[in-house]
Design a protein around this ligand. Structure first.
Ligand SMILES: [Zn+2]
Length: 360
């Protein structure tokens, strides 16, 4: 792809593009010897970086390793209409623990009235067989929730706040500043209890009520959460509206302040662009992604739409790109078919559609 940018030509390089050799010749500077021009097709990015006038950014530089955080038992199940029996949740999480995943968000300690499908949070946390290499996280909205989470010795506490004032009020009945002060209490207390803490910011790339969110607002809230002492910040595209360019723009601003290791991306696949957004984030050096097996969970703002980015699709892509995840794809599919049977409907991930069509 070639874009006209000001007076200079700007190249957006992708490993899947295949420039014609003649095209390469035109683009390669004198610095690259004639004999190296053959490389052009395969190593466009390396070879042409010097002439790229897009700020030297190069999408070819993928990280060699990525951490996938499975959020299906929480983010997926909380958006499922039915109550999955506790023993099925436990059995599923135990399967997930053996796939090579190193991080699983297993439930949410919100008031059972808010999310009845996760009202068995304590039983689930107590019932699972913990694997030593897996960090088990739970979402905690307030002090009461934290008390319950601490009783069952959760490894990592996740707190959340919205970056949209209207979304915050509609979702939690609190303004952003009220939400931040209750989050602050939880974070401080959790740190005192020597727990890891991760923060979620929702509606980072767009809000169902306010539309596009100003990046300064995102920075302001990120700053507040990091100041409280969170170790990692997950940027949520709650309604699945982000696009790869917007992802770059937001990350460009945040990465000037925080190292990539402190940031995670949480994409929803509502419009089918989640993996493109992952690719965009990888190009920016992000190495942590949240996803939900099989794409479990819908979108509360769009009936019938896909929910979270699917772990199986994400891992398929990363494994194919030789980016290490440590996750066994076949074991993932096995765990996905287990939960699919329990919820009684086909999961929407691409991987599971392939699996299901082969197993009809
Ligand atoms: Zn989500």
């Amino acid at each position: 792809m070639v874009f006209k940018y000001g007076n200079t030509l700007t190249f957006f390089i992708s490993p899947y593009l295949n420039f014609e050799e003649a095209e390469c010749d035109k683009r390669i500077t004198n610095k690259i010897k004639k004999t190296d021009r053959k490389k052009c097709k395969r190593y466009q990015c390396e070879e042409t970086t010097e002439m790229i006038s897009n700020g030297g950014r190069c999408n070819m530089q993928w990280p060699s390793q990525v951490k996938v955080k499975e959020v299906g038992p929480r983010d997926g199940l909380q958006n499922e209409p039915l109550f999955l029996p506790t023993e099925d949740k436990i059995a599923w999480i135990n399967q997930l623990s053996k796939t090579g995943l190193t991080s699983i968000e297993l439930t949410s300690f919100v008031h059972p009235k808010w999310i009845p499908s996760l009202s068995d949070a304590k039983e689930v946390a107590r019932g699972i067989t913990k694997e030593k290499d897996v960090v088990y996280t739970a979402l905690v909205p307030n002090q009461k929730g934290l008390e319950r989470a601490l009783e069952v010795n959760i490894d990592e506490i996740a707190v959340f706040t919205s970056v949209s004032e209207t979304h915050s009020r509609k979702n939690t009945n609190q303004s952003i500043s009220q939400s931040l002060s209750s989050v602050n209490v939880v974070v401080k207390e959790a740190i005192k209890e020597k727990k890891r803490v991760r923060g979620y910011m929702s509606t980072v790339f767009g809000c169902p009520y306010e539309g596009v969110i100003n990046v300064e607002q995102v920075v302001r809230i990120a700053e507040a959460l990091f100041e409280m002492g969170i170790g990692e910040l997950s940027l949520g595209d709650t309604i699945g509206v982000a696009n790869p360019k917007q992802v770059q723009e937001v990350l460009d601003v945040l990465l000037k302040r925080y190292p990539a290791e402190k940031l995670a991306m949480h994409f929803h696949d509502t419009r089918g662009i989640a993996l493109a957004n992952v690719l965009s984030s990888l190009g920016m050096g992000i190495t942590t992604f949240d996803s939900s097996l099989g794409g479990l969970g819908g979108c509360p703002y769009a009936k019938g739409a896909s929910g979270n980015l699917a772990t199986d699709d994400l891992v398929y892509m990363l494994n194919g790109m030789k980016i290490a995840t440590g996750i066994d794809y076949n074991k993932l599919i096995h765990a996905a078919s287990f939960i699919q049977e329990k919820i009684g409907r086909d999961l929407q991930s691409h991987s599971m559609q392939v699996f299901n069509s082969q197993n009809e």
